[in-house]
Design a protein. Structure first.
Lengths: 157, 429
């Protein structure tokens, strides 16, 4: 059976940086049991371990690219490189864009990789999601559910 | 011959934001500078007015790679001021946590940041396409370091379990035992790392500046020690300021350290190794000897081999610490504040990390001083760059730029850690 995993990346304690984790939390209540939903740090080998053996992975992270807050960016990383600039998290860490390319080079990237980036509005310590990002999270949950549903139909056929 | 300027506007594969400029007039090196433009971070100012108990958690935030170094130097400074004796099991547990940080940080630098220079790749991603088994080995090593930090420190980045006086919670022997198998694999991978890096091509380089590192009679100094140097310094942490000073230069948002009265010095793996070779474990010494290293190494390009030897040591030492671990009677010692000034040092992966705190009687921090290794190494890096350029003026601009960047990466600079000066100048017209 093909395995699908949804991975939320981010920090719930830093305002909109928690968007990826918020999506994962809300999805975990609504996905079918064969879909695994986790929150994960972006430590590269942890991400690679999380999607090890999966046929399909959906990654959700916060981005800061200059677009209006709440903008949802979507990338098909199975087919093309994810722009490192959009997902650049820190000069201290290997971000998810680099991890995806590293995994691709190592032959450890699942067949299907969809990456969603939610444009952040603020990173205030202890704050809730900003309204624009809250709305984006709500619609992203539906979008991912629809993705998963389409995938299921495709694989049944 | 024509004048030329070699510039790297944005240094890749270093932590933080920096740039480099080299000006040449024919074969003469006119000017060399490492510019650090990562914004100043004001951590020393954040600490003022906060409780002494908050110092380890606040300073951990200075670095996502070496938070344990900040936590350790902070608790060392405060505990020494407050006259607290840390029981041996707690000290050894801190040493284990610190070994985890060395493993994680060194594996990251050796494999992801530095090795591509020696093998002709622009990035670890390119390296991974041609040598996946090497990159997998590096990732597994780093992961093991992260696992040690998670288990002992509560989480892998900015651990939350360190407190003034000890830990909030200490692991059981059984919990620690889960790390034995991964650490044994990591130790074997570290030995392979030494063999792998020893096979790289090295330009012959020797730096003759003073080497400064912590020293401890019984152990390869990591989480404590006296400040030693290759020219005979032997100082308590409280004597640091009498012998070293920090200067502000306009091009850099990091203060530059020097020996008082002038003089470049170097801290980090080369200094630790050269001053502490005899105290490495037999396994780490053997790995070094087989890699062709002597008891001293002053070649910055071979720092990658020395870091790999330290990886062997950190894995070996972690296994020893787990084997000998005794659960402390209680996770922390009570600490009551004392008015005065406390001094703390430890060996961050990149070298000596000095902290100084002045407390009032209720434990409020009145002022703090933090000197990270990259600040201390800035002058040595610039001296080394000047010399490397002078010896390689025949190279074309691209080749020379590449060699200069490699020279900087030899020091594994953590630019984010180093940017902390308080003297912010604003010019308006």
């Amino acid at each position: 059976m093909s395995r699908t995993i949804v991975i939320g990346v981010g920090n719930r304690l830093r305002g909109d940086d928690g968007a990826g984790v918020a999506v994962a939390e809300r999805l975990s209540e609504r996905t079918s049991p064969d879909v695994e939903v986790v929150a994960c740090s972006e430590e590269p080998s942890r991400l690679m371990d999380a999607w090890e053996g999966a046929e399909s992975v959906v990654l959700v992270d916060t981005v800061s690219s200059g677009a209006p807050p709440g903008t949802i960016h979507r990338f098909d990383a199975g087919a093309e490189a994810v722009p490192a600039r959009t997902f650049r998290s820190s000069t201290h860490a290997i971000g998810i864009a680099e991890t995806i390319e590293l995994a691709r080079a190592l032959g450890r990237l699942p067949h299907r990789v969809r990456v969603y980036g939610v444009e952040a509005g603020g990173f205030t310590t202890g704050a809730d999601l900003t309204p624009a990002v809250e709305a984006a999270v709500t619609s992203l949950v539906e979008a991912v559910l629809q993705d998963l549903e389409e995938e299921r139909c495709t694989s049944v056929r | 011959m024509a004048k030329r300027t070699i510039v790297t506007d944005y240094l890749a594969r270093v932590e933080g934001e920096g740039a480099m400029t080299v000006q040449l007039d024919g074969d003469r090196v006119e000017h060399v500078e490492l510019r650090i433009f990562e914004p100043p971070r004001f951590f020393e100012a954040f600490l003022r007015g906060r409780s002494f108990r908050e110092a380890p958690d606040i300073t951990a935030r200075i670095c996502g790679i070496c938070p344990v170094a900040y936590q350790t130097s902070a608790v060392n400074a405060i505990e020494s001021l407050c006259g607290v004796e840390i029981p041996e099991p707690i000290r050894l547990l801190r040493r284990l946590l610190y070994c985890g940080e060395w493993i994680e940080s060194h594996a990251l630098h050796v494999y992801m940041l530095h090795a591509p220079d020696f093998l002709g790749y622009q990035s670890a991603i390119e390296l991974a396409r041609d040598a996946p088994e090497a990159v997998e080995r590096g990732l597994a090593l780093k992961r093991t370091g992260n696992d040690v930090m998670s288990l002992v420190g509560g989480r892998e980045i900015h651990p939350i379990n360190v407190r003034v006086g000890g830990f909030y919670r200490v692991p059981t022997r059984r919990e620690l035992h889960a790390l034995v198998e991964p650490l044994e694999r990591a130790r074997a991978a570290a030995i392979e790392t030494v063999q792998w890096t020893a096979g790289f091509d090295f330009p012959e380089r020797v730096v003759d500046c003073e080497l400064v590192a912590l020293s401890d009679p019984g152990e390869y100094a990591i989480e404590r020690g006296r400040i030693h140097s290759s020219r005979g310094l032997d100082l308590a942490p409280s004597e640091y300021d009498e012998h070293f000073e920090e200067l502000h230069v306009e091009r850099s948002n990091a203060l530059q350290s020097q020996l008082r009265g002038g003089g470049t010095y170097l801290c980090g793996p080369l200094a630790r190794y050269s001053l502490g070779f005899e105290r490495l474990s037999p396994l780490a010494r053997d790995a070094a000897t087989q890699a062709g290293l002597g008891a001293e190494c002053r070649d910055p390009f071979r720092s990658i081999v020395v870091r790999s030897v330290e990886l062997v040591y950190a894995c070996d030492e972690s296994l020893r610490l787990i084997e000998e671990y005794e659960e402390p009677d209680r996770p922390s010692e009570p600490v009551e504040p004392v008015a005065g000034t406390g001094y703390g040092v430890s060996e961050a992966p990149r070298g000596l990390l000095y902290h100084r705190y002045r407390l009032d009687a209720d434990g409020t921090i009145l002022d703090a001083k933090i000197v990270p290794p990259t600040s201390q190494n800035q002058l040595a890096i610039e001296d080394d760059l000047r010399d490397v350029v002078a010896r390689n003026t025949r190279l074309d601009d691209d080749a020379l730029r590449g060699l200069c960047e490699q020279t900087i990466r030899n020091y594994d600079p953590c630019i984010s850690c180093a940017t902390h000066f308080l003297d912010l100048q604003v010019n308006r017209k």
